[in-house]
Design a protein around this ligand. Structure first.
Ligand code: SAH
Length: 455
């Protein structure tokens, strides 16, 4: 979501505003830090980066520094107390006001803070997205109304608000016309989507998926992130009926223990989650499931952790994003007593991660000799003369081919599997989807870097 928001900031400030993007902070006139507060560690990084930027500003006093995202939303004016040299503080729902805030700062010479939640106004003021490549995110809903006891999102991004159906489809069609073939529908809980068709009738997430699948050019659809609640039979049927909906779903469960789930206020039990997974696997044979896990939630016992490991064995997850519980200010769980030592939490996390990494490796190895549909994304930097395609199950496949094929789908046979460390954040972040243009590629030598979990 932050990657998406950053690209929208780029859209806003480029074009008529005339700003040009640079990755070199020393040559920038405006420095923007888009922040995350989901865990404490992400938040800590904000002030260390701001410290570095302060030195740049001392050397070049006209530089303007802006802090956006969820740390800005959470801290508001406090950011200015800790870092008075910051010029702009804006939240995830006010980033569209950036050009106006920059002008205000320049004319008044005073720092500007706006971290309000003006509903979904943001999308009415954002320019049409500029597309780079053949995969794109399209935001369909923002915020969260689930109020899990550990999570800061409802307080930093506000409650769930869905974009109207017409706006979503128009954006999908717009990016498809620019060559996008793989769409990732984005939101904190995409299956909580409650948009409306233009006649005012409600549109469910499953209905939305069916319409997105009908947009010309869209050959693969993914979504992230979904929540075990509201994962109804219509969504399962969409997985059965939409061939371009990727057979790879990230459905976070957080814990395999009903006791811990109750403490987390997840509002479901493991038996219903397992039932959803069972139905998904029946509806779409071969579908792979990924999850997030929080380890060491206050009060988590060895038995609770054993339940989590049991669920992992049962679901046979393909991969996970797993972290030790981080106390977030203002959330109900922050008040809970926590008597598990850090050493125990680290050990549990290690056990869980190595178990899931073994799954990832085993499932990658099983691709040897199979034909995989890939969306050809770019030329390989690793192997000159090769292209890189992303398979439905999110693995990157390298194979020889002409760069003119970039942006098309191809079927490639996997002839070799290689383990590498995740090369870039890009390779970690992109989950995927599939379809259409069959390019005449006979079985070709391919390589699959082992997909690595983000750390
Ligand atoms: N809305 C989805 C997915 C949220 S993605 C869901 O609730 O299932 C954000 C992920 O960050 C969560 O799945 C969770 O694993 C992690 N997370 C959120 N708050 C956290 C905290 N306080 N400590 C550690 N991990 C956290």
């Amino acid at each position: 979501m932050n990657a998406y928001d950053s690209s929208r900031m780029h859209d806003l400030l480029g074009g008529s505003q005339g700003y040009v993007r640079t990755d070199n902070p020393e040559e920038a006139d405006v420095l923007l830090l888009n922040t995350c507060s989901i865990r404490e560690k992400a938040q800590e990084k904000v002030f260390s980066e701001l410290g570095r930027w302060q030195r740049l500003k001392l050397a070049k006093p006209d530089v303007l520094i802006g802090v956006g995202g969820c740390v800005a939303s959470q801290e508001g004016e406090n950011i200015l107390q800790r870092a008075p040299y910051v010029d702009l503080v804006f939240g995830p729902q006010t980033l569209h006001r950036l050009p106006a805030m920059l002008n205000q700062r320049k004319t008044t010479n005073l720092s500007v803070v706006d971290v309000s939640f003006p509903d979904i106004e943001k999308f009415d003021f954002l320019p049409e997205p500029r597309v780079d490549g053949h995969k794109a995110f399209v935001s369909i809903m923002e915020g969260c109304s689930k109020y899990c006891s550990f999570c800061v999102v409802p307080y930093t991004r506000g409650e769930e608000v869905s974009r109207p159906f017409d706006d979503v489809i128009a954006e999908v069609a717009h990016v498809a016309r620019q060559g996008v073939r793989e769409i990732t529908l984005l939101g904190q809980n995409v299956n909580g989507y409650r948009g409306h068709f233009h006649d005012g009738t409600p549109c469910s997430f499953a209905q939305l998926l069916n319409h997105v699948a009908a947009v010309p050019g869209i050959g693969r659809i993914r979504y992230t992130t979904s929540h075990p609640l509201e994962f109804g039979d219509d969504l399962i049927a969409a997985h059965r009926d939409i061939p371009t909906l990727a057979a790879h779903v990230h459905l976070p469960v957080q814990s395999g223990s009903d006791r811990v789930l109750a403490g987390m206020k997840r509002n479901h039990v493991i038996s219903t989650y397992s039932e959803t997974i069972r139905k998904l696997k029946a509806a779409k044979p071969g579908i792979e499931i990924a999850s997030d896990f929080i380890i060491g939630f206050p009060g988590e016992t060895d038995e609770d952790f054993a339940d989590t490991m049991k669920l992992i064995a049962e679901v046979d997850y393909d991969h996970s994003y797993s972290f030790i519980y981080s106390k977030r200010p203002g959330t109900p769980a922050a008040e809970l007593p926590d008597d598990t030592s850090d050493a125990v939490k680290k050990e549990r996390l290690q056990i869980l991660k190595s178990r899931i990494a073994a799954n990832t490796g085993r499932k990658t190895d099983a691709m040897l000799g199979t034909v995989q549909r890939v969306l050809i994304d770019r030329e390989s930097r690793r192997y000159p003369g090769y292209l890189v395609g992303i398979a439905e199950n999110t693995r990157w496949i390298h194979f020889p081919g002409d760069p003119s094929l970039i942006g098309r789908f191809a079927d490639v046979r996997v002839s070799h599997i290689e383990s590498i460390n995740a090369a870039s954040a890009d390779e970690i972040l992109w989950l995927e989807s599939d379809e259409e243009t069959q390019v005449g590629m006979a079985p070709l030598p391919g390589r699959i870097p082992l997909w690595h979990e983000a750390t």
